[in-house]
Write a protein that binds this ligand. Sequence first.
Ligand code: SAM
Length: 220
Amino acid sequence: MSTIPGTQGYAAEAPDLLERYERMGFAGAHFAVLDLIEPPPLGVLDIGAGTGRDAAWFARRGDRVTAIEPTREMRDGAMALHPEPNIEWIDDCLPDLMSMRERTFDLVWMSAVWMHFDAKERSQMMTTVERLVRPGGALMISLRHGPIPEGRRMFDVGAEETAGLAHQFGFETVSAATFESTYAPGVTWDRLWFQKGLSAINRASKNKSPPDEPPSPSKA
Ligand SMILES: C[S@@+](CC[C@H](N)C(=O)[O-])C[C@H]1O[C@@H](n2cnc3c(N)ncnc32)[C@H](O)[C@@H]1O
């Protein structure tokens, strides 16, 4: 059994999930945040990328994608399904993501991953993630609520507590949406979109002095 926190159950279920997660499609899963995604090309970090459904959507529109997936059975299947050359697949894991230490991204994407971790790990993860988002960049976290699938390690993590933690690390909430799953009865989702240092950036642009006026014509 895997000792990486959060991965419990995924290796055994990979063949089924590689079919099920793909069937949902990117827009079906993420309609609540589609309008918030900046135009390409972005540097995107997809953590817990699963079947690569989301990584491939970004790659196809021209983004440079780094996809982190520690479950070998998911990662191998995802690479076979999505051979886009602008996806870099990496075997690494939260909470530390050691391989990403020196890197920053325009968008850090965490779809259905955050609720696999306990409170202490979530706090560690926010430290990790904060370093990975460039100033002004974005962070998407989705949270699943409802019956826990057998064999998985999952916690009921609230949207408010997640936003509170993100705010402590310099993120601001741009959007928070809650909706019922159209695929799994009894399951609801939160989709949270944060921006790093939004107020600091707005303040800086407001305080910017206007461009120099053109020199006035000399009076003869
Ligand atoms: C519910 S799936 C979500 C997959 C994909 N993001 C999606 O939305 O379809 C959760 C994924 O997170 C991965 N995962 C679990 N623990 C992890 C960890 N410690 N670090 C990174 N990824 C992890 C699992 O292997 C699995 O592929």
